[in-house]
Design a binder for this molecule. Sequence first.
Ligand code: ME8
Length: 516
Amino acid sequence: MKIKFYITTPIYYVNDVAHIGHSYTTITADIIARWKRLNNFDVFFVTGTDEHGEKIVSAAKKKGQTPLALCDEMSEKFKKIWNLLNISYTNFIRTTEKRHFIAVEKIVQTLFDKGFIFKKKYEGLYCTGCERFYSKKDLDKTGCCFFHKTKPLLQFEENYFFKLSAFQNLILDRITDPYHKEHIEILPKERKNEIIGKLKIGLEDISLSRSIVKWGIPLPFDKEQTAYVWIDALINYVTGLGYPEDINKFQKYWPADIQLMAKDILWFHAVIWPAILIGVELSPPKRIYAHGFFTLNGNKMSKSLSNVISPQELIDKYGVDATRYIVSTIIPFDSDGDISWHELTLKYNVDLANNLGNMISRIIKMAAKYFNLKTPHKINNLDLELVKKISKLLKVSFIINMNNIQLHKAAQSLQNAITFINKQIEYDTPWKIAKTDTSKLAHHIFSYLQAIDVIALYLLPFMPISAKKIWCATGANGNIDEVAKKYFKDFIIPQDGFSISGSQLQNMENLFLRIV
Ligand code: ME8
């Protein structure tokens, strides 16, 4: 029996195309999903697009399109880029889909029936960028929103409100008590503490509907009002599992095992989302992880400053797999990080072209030169010493870091293992041995090939295409995915090695060419 694992990314606004920040969350989620599949989990992975609200209406107006035409065009663009990046999502959810309307109606109606929704006249400062009301104390000294640096506009409406205040202690208990049967683990710790601090101050009820925004999902009990875009959006995480119509699938995968996002939207996920779920008697997510923000050359990425890096630009420069690797490992997951094209290229050259690429090409070149591009004969079990050492080294560091979503550290342990192999080659000096001892040379080359193979297994979640190419180049035995699943269960190296004696190898000189 496989254990289920449900992972989500935020659903992205369709007012603009994806940039490196969106790719960061999505690629990370994909790497974790692939990692879990290799560890025999039954993975469900949901991503999608957030298509309602004022922001979308105004973006469509600017482009002279209807909101739906904009949503159709942009959600396709998101799908296309995720497909290009090899994102293995199980379900892509669009909030304009009928199945999502059904889920939102069901949840909002349940909250209404349970008395968690009431009507109230309201005046507030609304930031369209964030799609939320702010009170003056939440704004900077000039009265601007911290994220968008624009002044929220005063809006007056009679709306339905969600009794968020009723959930204060219920959420606090779940976050602070690790033994609670519905414990919500918030990561990283500092952000969890911020959430707890804010929760302790108290919760204000929040607007759950808008009367002036027509581009949304009408409330089932008052069709003149539409669901507030954040309530609408959060519910995607259950729609994506088939709620409420495919209840078996939903019950199989819910609650989410991990929900990823950046720190800007942690409050919605850590407080409002659990409150909605508790309100309708569903369990909250088990783990919520808010990563840091990318800045580019010291500035917030924004189209108006023309300083965004798009995933397409990255793919054009580095290729799909290298983009996945660089983006997911260039900054520590928990902190903000400044990036630049220079640094991205440096990471590519150091980790992939120099360390990994050189190791593979030099080993295969030696096999070509001395053994006619074939895996030499295995002499004895000492031939497996190196691969066993690498396996042991990675087993601890890589796995802990992957399970803690510290991808930059997992990648570092892989790089350390590659450096270890490169150093071993320098130490062995096989080019000297070639002149004197063919059987010793066979031992070394055989050992190196097995070491490459085990590296390929660990590279699989990060760089699925390249890992397969490497696996084929060393003539390794069997389907890499199947071998990896077996290996990650017992960590046993096959008796005859992965690349068995006599296997045909392929030259591998241009897997990651140096970029100048
Ligand atoms: O907030 N650095 O959508 P959104 C790192 N629709 N990650 C970044 C980033 C950056 N500079 N910029 C964006 C929304 N992201 C809502 C979500 S979910 C129910 C609704 C990533 O298009 C990061 O994951 O503004 C962030 O949380 C998300 O994109 C925001 O995407």
